[in-house]
Design a protein around this ligand. Structure first.
Ligand code: PEP
Length: 311
């Protein structure tokens, strides 16, 4: 799974993409050239028995992640949920990164409980490192717990907590500066969707959120496209709608960073993903994973999502 395989092992879906999309040739070349820059590839290949969560630097390895939001209500429940979810990650599972974004107070308990089968990340971070920012948690604090991933730009943070594109950009930059990774969430509201504005809204959120992040740093960025109208509503986007916006987002990345980076960057879909909808979404060429809210609170459901099936 997340873990141990640091060479660009490609899933069946990626193999299919390679056959049908000549761009994947440049993707492979990019992967191989990165591989050549490493002092010793073997240092990154761990035996199966020593699975550890390390961020994949190459290729669009599928990425299944859960966002617990303000759940569950107690530490004991968090410990059990993390353990139950980790147990669904088996050697037979798809070769994917798996992450749980959990409330700060549960991070250490969830890490211990989940072991090395998945990443335990944070739901946000303060764009400042230290000082008079009551209630805030910094990237260095998270890093000291061994956290590698954090969310930025979730629509609930944008809408309920008033986080601006500039604030979100500060979060991204701070995480990257600390050698961590960020999942930047973007997506249009229902009104914007109805006015056919998904593309332009995502373009603005991508350009502003990623301002100052270099091409080299993009290996530590994943994008989560989450149409606001689909989050927590049960109205999952159809695979075709999601694919179309993902392709648009990849085009924006192409414009910002060029072909190689655009072809390397993982774009996840989020918004009411369920065991019933995950396979169809994951079969789409530009959908590289899922960010899952509600269903990540149910180990059986999230386990089925982690174990998605593509033909
Ligand atoms: C989310 O909060 O990121 C999310 C996608 O939630 P849900 O799966 O419940 O729609």
């Amino acid at each position: 799974m997340a873990h141990g395989h640091e060479v660009p092992v490609r899933s069946k879906k990626q193999e299919a993409k390679a056959a049908s999309d000549c761009r994947s040739v440049s993707k492979m070349k990019f992967s191989l050239s990165l591989l050549c820059l490493l002092p010793s590839t073997s240092a990154f290949i761990l035996p199966q028995a020593e699975k550890v969560s390390t961020t994949s630097l190459w290729g669009r390895k599928p990425f299944i992640s859960g966002n617990w939001k303000l759940n569950p209500q107690t530490r004991d429940e968090a410990v059990k949920l993390a353990a139950d979810i980790a147990a669904t990650v088996t050697p037979e599972s798809p070769d994917a990164d798996v992450a749980l974004f959990v409330p700060y107070v549960f991070i250490e308990a969830a890490q211990k409980s989940a072991g090395d089968r998945l990443f335990v990340g944070a739901e946000g971070v303060c764009p400042e490192i230290k000082g008079a920012f009551t209630g805030a948690v910094s990237a260095t604090m998270l890093k000291s717990l061994g956290v590698q991933w954090a969310l930025a730009g979730h629509s609930e943070r944008r809408v309920i907590f008033g986080e601006s594109d500039e604030y979100i950009n500060g979060q991204c930059l701070k995480l990257i500066e600390q050698g961590m990774s960020v999942m930047l969430c973007i997506g249009e509201s229902e009104a914007e969707y109805e006015q056919n504005l998904a593309g332009p809204v995502c373009a603005v959120q991508l350009r502003k959120g990623l301002a100052g992040i270099t091409a080299e740093q993009m290996s530590r960025v994943a994008i989560a496209y989450e149409p606001v109208w689909a989050i927590g509503t049960g109205k999952v986007a159809t695979p075709e709608i999601a694919q179309s916006v993902h392709a648009t987002c990849r085009g924006i990345l192409r414009d910002m960073y060029g072909d190689a980076i655009a072809d390397q960057t993982r774009i996840l879909y989020g918004g009411s993903v369920t065991p019933e909808s995950v396979d169809g979404l994951m079969a789409q060429p530009d959908i590289d994973g899922a960010l899952v809210g509600g269903a990540s609170l149910d180990a059986a459901k999230f386990g089925r999502i982690i174990n998605f099936q593509t033909a």
